[in-house]
Design a protein around this ligand. Structure first.
Ligand code: ADP
Ligand code: GN1
Ligand code: MG
Length: 362
């Protein structure tokens, strides 16, 4: 936790009118330190999202910020003329010197966004409508970025969805057993090994490279409080070249089971087919116009790959001693892994029906 004096000093670097009023930790992201900072601008309050970038995860934060600037500028130009434009695209708050980020005296990287008011993120899906709206927002995001001019975006985390490499990392984590937790995770380790072929299912599939979000979980889209519309896609750190199927997969992962990602009562974790249908319809509404036949065919495989990948990522981090994802209690990464593996089994049971529905909709 960063102390308030330091936080105030950092907040003042950014171009915001008015006096500092408060800074409160915000959101439930697993990676950055996120604060909602309020300023007193005379007749009204102004809020920003201030983030300390996790540079253990994003080793080249300058490349990340260059990507975000290009992506948000492009989205804004594509949505030019739409009502409420400032709530539909993230807007970076520049520093007083006009930069998109700030490095503090300790070498920490900071950035700020305008706070999008009247909207919220949700950690667990509550209704088919929410699933539809969030998936449509991500589908729109891919479509609007399909004509992003050259050059190619930086790979903010190289090989991010190379599930084969993720599996090799998992095997290393098992062998090292750095936190001596392997013995209590035998069932999960055995399950991961039993499904190892999923890891390579989409490698060498010769699919077109797209500009994708790569972290399309439900709580990375703001839903409008009044209309329920998926108003703004956020968390753009991993927007980079990728496969449409991986984005779709992460939507299925986070929008088709009502249980929390770290739910401990596993009977609550299952893919709800009605929610899946909403995710599919929402995504296709946004993205069907540009996807190829081969891409359609790989969407369901993408769901299995991403749920499996996430399961082994959580398990690897548990075995390594929780060095990557933030945890708020012991064993949380193992619980997160268990929900992923339960969800994967549920998807496996329903994959034929999922494919039939997909074929009927395209
Ligand atoms: P992380 O990478 O750690 O997940 P995010 O960029 O997703 O960080 O931000 C964490 C949370 O902060 C989000 O889930 C969302 O609730 C909130 N948030 C982020 N940006 C904004 C914004 N511009 N306006 C309002 N809320 C935001
Ligand atoms: C992280 O930043 P956040 O919480 O939206 C992670 C994703 C995982 C997700 C699992 C850069 O996302 O890849 O899918 O946790 N982000 C990074 O909930 O690793
Ligand atoms: Mg996030």
């Amino acid at each position: 936790m960063i102390d308030l004096i330091r936080l105030v000093a950092v907040a003042r670097v950014f171009e915001v009118k008015g006096g500092f009023r408060s800074a409160i930790p915000h959101g439930t992201g697993h990676i950055h330190d996120t604060y909602c900072v309020t300023f007193d601008a005379g007749d009204r309050e102004e809020r920003i999202i201030l983030q300390r970038i996790n540079t253990l995860v994003f080793k080249n934060p300058v490349a990340v910020m260059e990507n975000i600037k290009r992506v948000t500028d492009h989205l804004r130009s594509r949505l030019n003329g739409e009502a409420d434009l400032d709530r539909r695209v993230l807007r970076l708050v520049p520093t007083q010197d006009g930069a998109s980020w700030h490095v503090d005296a300790d070498g920490q990287f900071w950035r700020a966004y305008r706070f999008i008011e009247g909207a919220h993120t949700y950690d667990s899906v509550e209704s088919p409508r929410q699933a539809f709206e969030a998936a449509k927002a991500f589908g729109d995001f891919q479509r609007l970025l399909a004509d992003l001019p050259e050059p190619r975006l930086h790979e903010s985390i190289p090989e991010f969805h190379n599930t084969g490499k993720r599996f090799a990392g998992f095997e290393r984590a098992v062998a090292e057993d750095a936190a001596q937790r392997g013995a209590e995770a035998q069932d999960e380790i055995a399950f991961a090994i039993s499904r190892r072929t999923i890891a390579t299912a989409l490698l060498n599939a010769e699919l077109p490279e797209r500009v994708t979000h790569n972290d399309t979980k439900l709580n990375n889209v703001l839903l409008d409080d009044e209309t329920g519309e998926g108003i703004c896609v956020i968390d753009l750190d991993t927007a980079m070249p990728g496969l449409a199927a991986y984005d779709f997969g992460d939507m299925v992962r986070t929008m088709t089971s009502r249980a929390a990602e770290d739910e401990r009562i596993l009977s609550r974790v299952a893919m709800d087919f009605e929610l899946f249908e909403s995710v599919l319809r929402g995504y296709l509404q946004g993205a069907a116009s540009f996807l190829t036949e081969r891409e359609f065919d790989t969407l369901i495989i993408g769901a299995k790959v991403i749920v499996f990948e996430q399961g082994i990522r959580f398990l690897s981090d548990h075995l390594a001693g929780d060095t990557y994802y933030k945890v708020s209690r012991p064993g949380q990464n193992l619980d997160r892994c268990r929900t992923q593996f339960k969800l994967l089994k549920s998807i496996e049971e329903q994959q034929d029906a999922m494919l039939l529905l997909l074929r009927s909709l395209i």
